[in-house]
Design a protein around this ligand. Structure first.
Ligand code: ATP
Ligand code: MG
Length: 149
């Protein structure tokens, strides 16, 4: 189905506000209509998982930023938080099934499945994904999707 990526972002932020009424989410970058052929529910699931993690692993009221960047052949969506961060050597593991960062995440409930599902969905859309992070500073999770014709 052909979906507007702008609507995907707006609808995810709305959904998050229903479960996290006080969440401070800022949407920046490109806000133009961009039609892409994708599975809307699945892509919303990816962005919602990124956003829920950003809120869960950050101090309350800390801003979470969603940045959309349109490149020549792809659109990149980044979710940035100012939370607990992830040690460098663990970053490569966070998209694996059941993986959780033991020293930081044990006090939060979770199965370690959210990002594994995200990775699976993005791969099925021929996109890419990843994370940049610094302990105690924050994390930036991104995914990209090819702009089809
Ligand atoms: P759930 O399956 O309920 O989502 P989870 O949040 O533990 O549980 P994932 O979303 O797959 O699982 O994330 C895997 C691990 O990556 C987390 O346990 C946490 O250690 C780390 N992580 C994910 N997002 C962040 C973030 N924004 N900041 C810091 N650590 C994160
Ligand atoms: Mg999670």
């Amino acid at each position: 189905k052909t979906i507007d990526i702008k609507e995907v972002i707006n609808s995810c932020v709305d959904t998050i506000h229903q479960t996290h009424p006080l969440a401070n989410i800022k949407v920046i970058g490109n806000t133009k209509t961009l039609l892409i052929d994708l599975d809307e529910n699945r892509i919303e699931q990816v962005l919602q998982n990124y956003l829920t993690n950003a809120l869960k692993y950050s101090p309350e009221n800390q801003t979470v930023t969603v940045l959309r960047e349109d490149l020549e052949n792809e659109v990149v969506v980044k979710v940035k938080d100012k939370g607990i961060g992830i040690p460098e050597e663990k970053q490569k593991n966070v998209f694996s099934k059941f993986y959780r960062v033991e020293e930081t995440s044990l006090k939060f409930q979770g199965l370690g499945i959210g990002l594994y599902i995200c990775a699976d969905i993005i791969k099925k859309h021929q996109g890419s994904f990843g994370v940049k992070s610094e302990p105690k500073k924050g994390s930036e999770f991104y995914f990209s999707l090819p702009k089809q014709l």
